[in-house]
Design a protein around this ligand. Structure first.
Ligand code: NDP
Length: 240
């Protein structure tokens, strides 16, 4: 029997890209979403629709899902992975950076949920996997707004999980610690970036690889539909 459709946001790099490769190997048709569509296409995965979508734009997000469903059937799993991390000191950070994180990490994630949840409830099956962060569980220097968005992701996830549990829809939160990806590169302060990189190399001795998180995502999804792993927090062993 053919496998059901999985949607992955932010699949053009890092955790999303590796998750796409992992789930494609398991035979799932995929809808991959990001702004850098050429990087999605370069993955060259079978049974995969790649769409240039900014997840803050509900209209293009909706039309990508519609096109994928026409080709591969209903969305069985949405992996809300796209996110941005712009670290800064609250007193000096440009509020436009806070807005960006709120728009992508919170509103973009809610947009995805809104686009698939009603049908999942109707079909009495489905899984939403929200990629939050250990920064959604505890605070860190220079992370005020980013932590705010990720604490919000935890709250949204858990609240919606309760809302749809009796329809047999699962809502899962994956909360990684530090992972080697492009995430830090968008922070504008060179001092903060240098400090983070120094911590990664000299205190941590390396951080998680995207495959570590992709494996956790894949494991939660692979459980029978009556088993909901509500949350996984995974971090480098040395991380506080
Ligand atoms: P990357 O920067 O490598 O990946 C981020 C992805 O999000 C990219 O594919 C990017 O694609 C996409 N993205 C960003 N903004 C938008 C947007 N507006 N619309 C659509 N796609 C967007 O970082 P990671 O792989 O590390 O990040 C993935 C998730 O993991 C994020 O939610 C992040 O917060 C979380 N996380 C990461 C940790 C880490 O240490 N790396 C730790 C804990 C959580 P494009 O630019 O092409 O649009």
């Amino acid at each position: 029997m053919s496998k059901p459709l999985i949607v992955i946001t932010g699949a053009s790099s890092g955790i999303g890209e590796t998750t796409a490769r992992t789930l494609s190997t398991l035979g799932h048709p995929l809808l991959l979403i990001a702004r850098r569509v050429e990087r999605l296409e370069a993955l060259n995965l079978p049974n995969t629709l790649c769409r240039k979508v900014d997840i803050t734009d509900r209209t293009s997000f909706a039309s990508a899902i519609e096109a994928a469903e026409a080709q591969y059937g209903p969305v069985d799993c949405l992996i809300n992975n796209a996110g941005v991390m712009l670290l800064g000191q609250a007193a000096s950070q440009d509020p436009a950076e806070w807005q960006k994180m709120l728009d992508v990490n919170v509103m973009g994630l809610l947009n995805g949920i809104h686009l698939v949840l009603a049908k999942m409830r109707e079909r009495k099956t489905g899984t939403i996997i929200n990629v939050s962060s250990i920064a959604g569980r505890k605070t860190f220097d220079n992370h005020a707004a980013y932590c705010g968005t990720k604490f919000a992701v935890h709250a949204i996830s858990e609240n919606i999980r309760e809302e749809v549990a009796l329809d047999d829809v699962r809502v899962i939160t994956i909360a990684p610690g530090a992972v080697e990806t492009e995430l830090l590169s968008h922070t504008t302060s060179d001092d903060i970036k240098a400090g983070y990189n120094d911590w990664k190399e000299n205190v941590m001795g390396g951080v998680l690889a995207p495959i570590d998180v992709a494996n956790a995502i894949s494991y939660t999804y692979a459980q029978p539909q009556n088993v909901c792993i509500r949350e996984i927090v995974l971090a480098p062993t040395r991380q506080q």
